[in-house]
Design a protein around this ligand. Structure first.
Ligand code: PLP
Length: 422
């Protein structure tokens, strides 16, 4: 159907897509359309929303900051929200991290981390350019971020322009040792070749909500440490409680050299990225030689309104029972997922904290599986926003989602499995 709007939407094939649904407002876990429907946002609007839409504490902080100072050049200048946010982030992050660099998105946070890792080796006069990544990885859609992600249909057009990366096989359950051995042998084969390993800790999100054991991460981190290569933890999706702990790194006792944050950073209100760096990384750029500067910026880096939103987001963690809500959602997931066990159509069931995933058995697996769009349309007809990744239906709700709302989401999913054919 023709969409007469000039807006070009992301990840949308406009020749096949229905006109976009106009959302007038949001409250809690619910989105209200312009024509009066109430849709439950079961995927936190692409994983960004934490405490619900329209959360008053965050929206008031944004309004107050906008009235005071919206933006100022961030080279040579600073402001209270940026300082407060950096202190708060360092306070909750793994103890290895001591510095905060602001940018605009998850992809930019990843680009910054890669540039910092490679730049640190350059400044040490021991240039290293190769990055190691995980099979099924997703780190964003910019060129550097695409390069360290899994290759496939999404980036096929750009493939010759992406830099070469070494991939470790995904540490699927029972096959963890294979991944650890692969890293060990890479590092042994070229001891001076690798700059960094980048991982999505515990959950490979866009790759299909694939989950792996914290023990693997601990082992991989140990190998990085022993061989002196940097570890980049991309917590863009897993950060801020999604996996049950503030950061997924905590579950593996991980002390990364670099950590990428975005998505939930502002509670889902404003675009913002942050790259946290260790003292060792920072020190590699700290010099009276101006050529060793970290030459990177985006115009809106350190935006005061985004910083104020992020501070307010972290305050919500302090003043509301967010940990209990997260635990409640995790328990609810478990109860409802257990009902799917033994279901004939289900190939795998996965859960990590507030993230639940159900992988359906289907012959045409993968992102372009025909099943996904059929399921998504069914969910929307029932006023539930879910967006399956190929054959993987997942629930990743805002933390304010009530038990009744979770039950509605799962009831509709259950119904879809008996109604929608493969
Ligand atoms: C979404 C995502 C990104 C990219 O973030 P954007 O803000 O969309 O650029 C990077 N890494 C991970 C793990 C993500 O889930």
């Amino acid at each position: 159907m023709a969409d007469h709007s000039p807006v070009w939407h992301p990840f949308t094939q406009h020749a096949l897509a229905k006109p976009a649904i106009a959302i007038a407002r949001g409250h809690g876990a619910t989105l209200y359309t312009e024509d009066g429907r109430a849709i439950i946002d079961a995927i936190s609007s692409w994983w960004v929303n934490l405490h619900g839409h329209g959360h008053k504490h965050i929206s008031s902080a944004i309004a107050a900051q906008a009235a005071k100072l919206e933006q100022v050049i961030f080279a040579g200048f600073t402001h209270e929200p940026a300082e407060a946010l950096a202190k708060k982030l360092i306070g909750i992050a793994p103890k290895s991290l001591a510095h905060v660099f602001y940018s605009d998105s998850g992809s930019t946070a990843v680009e910054v981390a890669i540039k910092m890792a490679v730049g640190a080796w350059h400044n040490r006069r021991r240039p290293r350019h190769r990055v190691i990544a995980l099979e099924h990885a997703y780190h964003g859609d910019m060129f550097g971020a695409m390069s360290v992600g899994a290759r496939g249909a999404f980036n096929a057009a750009y493939e010759p322009m992406l830099f070469d990366v070494s991939y470790l096989p995904f540490p699927a359950q029972g096959r963890e040792q294979r991944t650890i051995d692969a890293l060990a042998s890479l590092l042994k084969s070229a001891p001076d070749g690798f700059a960094a390993l980048i991982v999505e800790p515990l959950v490979c999100g866009a790759g299909g909500m694939k989950i792996y054991a914290p023990e693997v991460l601990t082992e991989l981190a140990g190998l990085c440490r022993r061989h002196g290569i940097f570890l980049i933890a991309d917590e863009v999706m897993t950060g801020f409680g999604r996996t049950g702990t503030m950061f997924a790194c905590e579950q593996a006792g991980l002390w990364p050299d670099l950590m990428c944050l975005s998505k939930g950073l502002t509670g889902g209100f404003l675009p913002m990225g942050a790259t946290l760096a260790s003292a060792e990384i920072y020190d590699a750029f700290y010099s009276e030689d101006r050529r060793k500067t970290f030459f990177h910026s985006t115009s809106y880096t350190g935006n005061a309104i985004a910083c104020a939103a992020a501070v307010a987001n972290l305050e919500v963690f302090e003043r509301e029972p967010v940990a209990a809500r997260i635990a409640g959602i995790a328990a609810h997931h478990k109860t409802r997922l257990d009902r799917f066990r033994g279901h004939g159509r289900i190939a795998d069931i996965r859960q990590m904290g507030t993230i639940a995933a159900i992988e359906l058995a289907a012959t045409d697996a993968g992102y372009f599986a025909t099943l996904g769009p059929k399921l998504n349309a069914f969910y929307l007809q029932h006023d539930i926003l879910l967006r399956s990744l190929g054959n993987v239906v997942y629930v990743l709700p805002p933390y304010c989602t009530s038990d009744a709302e979770l039950d509605r989401i799962y009831d509709v999913i259950e119904e879809s499995f008996s109604t929608i054919g493969a």
